[in-house]
Design a protein around this ligand. Structure first.
Ligand code: PHE
Ligand code: ZN
Length: 855
C-alpha cells in the first residue's frame, strides 16, 4: 500500500466532541456529476468536553466556500476532514461543497441507482455529503431543502412545503448524521394511513420505481403490523406525520433505518406470488419490522460510539425475532434462528474474525456489522430476559426508554436499567459483551438412589487477541423425561456461573433422560456423549419443540460424521426416527420440513474440525449425497402421499401455514427426484404458479441433474426481472456439483446479465459460489483464485461489499496443507494489491492471521 497503514480506533479512547449542534440546515442542488450541498450549522461549545479543537469529517468533497458567522474562512483540509479556528461562543458554520453522485460506485454517501438519487450514511457516509462531526453522539434537528426536477423528493421528518422542482423537510427529532437520508426519483407510492395509540395520524408510503408498481403491498402490510405490535408489546408509538420507505436496487446491505425515511434493498420490499418465494415474504416482514423498530431502538435512543453498535442492533434483532415469532410459528422461528446463528455466528466466533459483541478496536467500522454484533447480540438480550423474567424485562425497557430518550448511549447504560429495575447484579453477565468465542458446556451425569446429578463444566476457547476467558453466566433451560417418555421435570432454568458446577435432582424413580439447553437458552456448544437411541427417544418424546428438532439434528450430524470418517452406512435408528417424524401428522408441516433438512457441508466440516479431524470437502459432499439417497429410499412409500397431501389449493398465501406445507411438499419432491430421475420435479416446475414452487422445483433439478432446459426456460421467462434473475444466478453457483462449480461460476460471471457492480448480483454469484463448500474448496485452488480475483475487482469500486464477501475465506485454516497453501496464496495476492481499501486491508490481515493461529 502506498498510504500509511490505517490506524485502529479504540473504545478506551472515547472523548466527547467539543461542540454541540443546535440545528442543521441543508440545501441540495442535485446534479449527477455536480451536486451542490450548502450546509448551515449552529454550533455551541460543549460544556461536557475538554478538547475544543474544531474538526469536521469530510471525504471526497470539493469545498467551494466556508464561513463562520458570515465571514469567509479558509480551513485546513486533509483527506479525512477539515479544521479551523472558531469563536469560544456559539457560532454558525456555513459551507458549500460539490460532489458527484453519479460517480459514486461505493454506494455510501449520496449516490445514484437507476436514475434515482439516494443516500446511505451509516456508519460514516455523511462525511461524503458535507463537512460535519460525523459521529453518533452528535445529535441535532435537521431541516432540508432539495432542488431537483425529478418528481418525488424526500428527506427525514415531516414535509414542510413543496413546489415544482423543490421540497422542504423538517425533522424535529435530534439525530446523528448517520440517520440522515435523501431520495429523489421517479417513484410511485403504495400508501395507507395509521392512527397511533397516541392519536397521531400517520401517512404511510412505500415508494418503488414505476415498473415495480403493485409489488409493495406486503411490505406496507408488514409495516402496519409492526407499528401495531410495537405499541402493544413495547408501548412504543410512532412520532412523525409520515413514514416513508423507498426500495433501491443498488444497496450494500439489507435496509437502513433513517428517521422517517427507511431506505431498503429492493429485494426486501418487492414481492408478488409469481416473483417472490415464501422465504422472501418472511424476510420482507422481518426486515420491515426491524427497520421500523429502530425508530425507538436506534433513532430515539442511539449509540454513543460505534463500539456500542449492538446496543441498537442486538436489541432490534431481538425485537424483530419476537415479532416474527408472534406473526408465525415461534418454534419454527427459533429453530431457524439457531440454524443461522450456528452457520454464521459460531463460524465467525470460531475463526480469525472472532470479536466480542462489543469490540474494543476496529480499523474500519463497516467490517463490524457482523453476525456477532447482530445475532449474538440478540441472543445476549434473550438470555437477559430469561434471567430476569418477562416482567423484569418489561420494567427495564420502560426505564430505558424513559431515561435515555434523545440520548446516545452505551452498553453500560443498557445494563444499568436492568440492574435498577430488577435488583440483579450484572457484573459477570457483562462478560457476554467483552469476551469473544462460543462457550463449550461439557455435561456428564450420574444417577444413584433416586438422585440425578449433572456435572457441568464451561470453557471458552481462545480467540484472536483474547487468551484466558472467565466463566460466563449461562442460563441453561432443561427438563427431565422418564424412560417411558413422560416429563418428570418441566422446563427449569439453571444458572451456570462457575467453571464447574453440579445440578442435583432428587426423588426420581428411574434414571431420567435429560433435555438440555431447551429453546437454545444460551448461545453455547453443548458437549455430551449420548447414545443414538437417546437422541431418537428425545426426537420422539421431548415436549420442547426446539430440543425435539435438535435431537434429530444432532443425530443426523453424528450419522453423517460416521459416514465421512468411517465410511459407515446411514444408521437405521436415524432413518426410522426420521420416518416417524415425517409420518406424524399432528406435527406442523414446517417443522417436519426442517427435520428433513440435513446439516450443511460447512456445519459438518466445522464439527469434524472441532473433533480434531481435518475435513475433506469432497468426502463430506459425497456422504451427504449418499445420506439423502438413503433417506429417499427408506421413506420411499411416504413421499407420494405426502406430496399429494401437502398441496395448497386456492390462491397463494404467504402465511406460515401454507408456506410450511409448500416446504414439506418440496422436501418430498426433492427426495422423490432421487428415485424417479426428476420426472415429477419437471412436472412440478412446469405447473408452478408461484415462485416458491418454481424455484423449489428448479433447485431439485439442479441437485439431481437435468436442469438445463428448465434453466433456459426460467431465464427466458424472467430475464427482465432483476430480483428473480438473482435467484437464477445464485442457485446455479450454489448447487453446481463440486467438480463443475468453478466452471459454472466462471461462466455465470461471463453472462451478459452479470452486472457485477450491483451488490445483489455480485452476492448471488460470488456469495453463492462461496457457499458451495466443495466447489469453493476445490483442491486445485481454482475456487480460491476465482473469488480472490473478483474481490480485487470489486474492491476498487465498492470496498464495503467486497470486504463483506471476503468472509468466504473465514474457515480456510481448518483444511489440509494443500488447500491452506492455496488459500493463503490467494489472500496474500489480495493483500499485495496496490490501493487496496481500508475495508479489505483489515479483513485480509485478520484472515491471514488464521494461518499463524493454526500453525
Ligand atoms: N443499520 C442497518 C440495519 O441493521 C444496517 C446497515 C448498516 C445498513 C450499514 C447500511 C449500512 O438495520
Ligand atoms: Zn439494524
Amino acid at each position: 500500500m502506498t498510504d500509511a497503514a490505517p490506524q485502529p480506533v479504540f473504545l478506551k479512547d472515547y472523548t466527547p466532541f467539543g461542540f454541540l449542534v443546535d440545528q442543521v440546515e441543508l440545501n441540495f442542488h442535485l446534479q449527477p456529476t455536480a451536486t451542490r450541498v450548502r450546509a448551515k450549522i449552529a454550533f455551541r461549545p460543549n460544556p461536557a468536553a475538554r478538547d475544543r479543537r474544531f474538526f469536521l469529517h469530510g471525504e471526497d468533497l470539493t469545498l467551494i466556500s466556508a464561513a463562520i458567522d458570515g465571514s469567509p474562512v479558509t480551513p485546513e483540509i486533509t483527506p479525512e476532514g477539515l479544521s479551523c479556528p472558531v469563536p469560544e461562543a456559539p457560532f454558525v458554520w456555513e459551507a458549500e461543497v460539490e460532489i458527484a453522485p453519479a460517480e459514486n460506485t461505493a454506494l455510501e454517501g449520496l449516490y445514484m441507482s437507476n436514475g434515482m438519487y439516494c443516500t446511505q450514511c451509516e456508519a460514516e457516509g455523511f462525511r461524503k455529503i458535507t463537512f460535519y462531526p460525523d459521529r453518533p453522539d452528535v445529535m441535532a434537528p435537521f431541516r432540508v431543502r432539495v432542488d431537483c426536477d425529478l418528481p418525488v423528493l424526500l428527506s427525514n421528518g415531516n414535509p414542510v412545503a413543496q413546489g415544482a422542482g423543490w421540497a422542504e423537510w423538517n425533522d424535529p427529532w435530534p439525530k446523528p448524521s448517520y440517520l440522515f437520508a435523501l431520495v429523489a426519483g421517479e417513484l410511485v407510492a403504495t400508501s395507507d394511513r395509521f392512527t397511533t395509540s397516541e392519536g397521531r395520524e400517520v401517512a404511510l408510503n412505500v415508494w418503488v420505481r414505476p415498473a415495480d408498481q403493485g409489488k409493495a403491498d406486503y411490505a406496507l402490510d408488514s409495516l402496519i403490523r409492526s407499528m401495531k405490535w410495537d405499541e402493544e408489546v413495547y408501548g412504543r408509538a410512532y412520532d412523525l406525520d409520515v413514514f416513508n420507505i423507498v426500495a433501491v436496487d443498488d444497496f450494500n446491505m439489507g435496509a437502513m433505518e433513517n428517521k422517517g425515511l427507511n431506505v431498503f434493498n429492493s429485494r426486501y420490499v418487492l414481492a408478488s406470488p409469481e416473483t417472490a418465494t415464501d422465504r422472501d415474504y418472511e424476510n420482507i416482514e422481518r426486515i420491515i419490522a426491524h427497520e421500523y423498530f429502530h425508530n425507538w431502538t436506534g433513532d430515539r435512543i442511539t449509540c454513543r460510539d460505534w463500539f456500542q453498535l449492538s446496543l441498537k442492533e442486538g436489541l432490534t434483532v431481538f425485537r424483530d425475532s419476537q415479532f416474527s415469532a408472534d406473526m408465525r410459528s415461534a418454534a419454527v422461528k427459533r429453530i431457524e434462528d439457531v440454524m443461522t446463528l450456528r452457520a454464521r455466528q459460531f463460524r465467525e466466533d470460531n475463526g480469525p474474525l472472532a470479536h466480542p459483541v462489543r469490540p474494543e478496536s476496529y480499523t474500519e467500522i463497516n467490517n463490524f456489522y457482523t453476525a456477532t454484533v447482530y445475532e449474538k447480540g440478540a441472543e445476549v438480550i434473550g438470555m437477559l430476559r430469561r434471567l430476569v423474567g418477562p416482567e423484569g424485562y418489561a420494567r427495564a425497557l420502560d426505564l430505558y426508554f424513559a431515561r435515555h430518550d434523545g440520548q446516545a448511549c452505551t452498553i453500560e447504560d443498557w445494563l444499568q436499567v436492568f440492574e435498577e429495575a430488577t435488583g440483579r447484579d450484572l457484573t459477570q453477565f457483562k462478560r457476554w459483551y467483552s469476551q469473544a468465542g462460543t462457550p463449550r458446556v461439557k455435561v456428564t451425569e450420574d444417577f444413584k438412589d433416586g438422585t440425578y446429578t449433572l456435572h457441568l463444566e464451561q470453557k471458552t476457547p481462545p480467540t484472536p487477541g483474547q487468551g484466558e476467558k472467565q466463566p460466563q453466566v449461562i442460563p441453561l433451560a432443561l427438563g427431565l423425561l422418564s424412560p417411558n417418555g413422560d416429563e418428570v421435570l418441566p422446563t427449569t432454568v439453571i444458572e451456570l456461573t462457575e467453571a464447574r458446577q453440579d445440578a442435583v435432582f432428587e426423588g426420581l424413580g428411574a434414571k431420567p433422560v435429560p433435555s438440555l439447553l431447551r429453546g437454545f437458552s444460551a448461545p453455547v456448544i453443548l458437549e455430551r456423549d449420548s447414545a443414538p437411541e437417546e437422541r431418537a427417544f428425545l426426537l420422539a418424546h421431548d415436549t420442547d419443540p426446539f430440543n425435539k428438532w435438535e435431537a434429530g439434528r444432532s443425530l443426523a450430524r453424528e450419522v453423517l460424521i460416521a459416514m465421512v470418517t468411517e465410511d459407515a452406512a446411514p444408521a437405521p435408528a436415524w432413518l426410522d426416527a426420521l420416518a416417524a417424524v415425517v409420518r406424524h401428522e399432528a406435527l406442523d408441516p414446517a417443522f417436519r420440513a426442517l427435520a428433513l433438512r440435513l446439516p450443511g457441508e460447512d456445519e459438518l466440516a466445522e464439527a469434524l474440525a472441532e473433533r480434531g479431524t481435518v475435513p475433506d470437502p469432497l468426502a463430506i459432499h459425497a456422504a451427504r449425497e449418499r445420506a439423502k439417497t438413503a433417506v429417499a429410499r427408506h421413506l420411499d412409500p411416504l413421499w407420494p402421499g405426502l406430496y399429494a397431501q401437502m398441496d395448497c389449493p386456492g390462491p397463494y398465501s404467504p402465511g406460515a401455514a401454507d408456506a410450511g406445507r409448500r416446504a414439506l411438499r418440496l422436501a418430498a419432491l426433492g427426495y422423490m427426484a432421487r428415485l424417479d430421475g426428476g420426472a415429477r420435479a419437471q412436472a412440478h416446475f412446469a405447473a408452478a404458479d408461484n415462485m416458491t414452487d418454481e424455484i423449489g422445483a428448479l433447485s431439485v433439478l439442479l441437485e439431481t441433474g437435468g436442469a438445463d432446459e428448465a434453466l433456459d426456460r426460467f431465464a427466458r421467462r424472467w430475464g427482465h426481472d432483476r430480483l428473480v434473475m438473482d435467484k437464477w444466478f445464485g442457485l446455479q453457483a450454489t448447487l453446481a456439483a463440486p467438480e463443475r462449480a468453478v466452471a459454472v461460476t466462471r461462466a455465470l460471471t461471463e453472462h451478459p446479465q452479470f452486472t457485477w457492480k450491483n451488490p445483489n448480483r455480485f452476492r448471488a454469484v460470488i456469495g453463492g459460489f462461496s457457499a458451495n463448500a466443495a466447489g469453493f474448496h476445490d483442491a486445485s485452488g481454482a475456487g480460491y483464485d476465482l473469488v480472490a480475483d473478483w474481490l480485487i475487482r470489486l474492491d476498487a469500486v465498492n470496498p464495503q461489499t467486497a470486504a463483506r464477501m471476503s468472509t468466504a475465506f473465514e474457515t480456510w485454516a481448518r483444511y489440509d496443507a494443500g488447500r491452506r497453501e492455496k488459500a493463503q496464496a490467494a489472500l496474500e495476492r489480495i493483500a499485495a494489491r496496490e490501493g487496496l481499501s481500508r475495508d479489505m486491508g483489515e479483513m485480509v490481515d485478520r484472515l491471514l492471521a488464521a494461518g499463524r493461529i493454526a500453525a
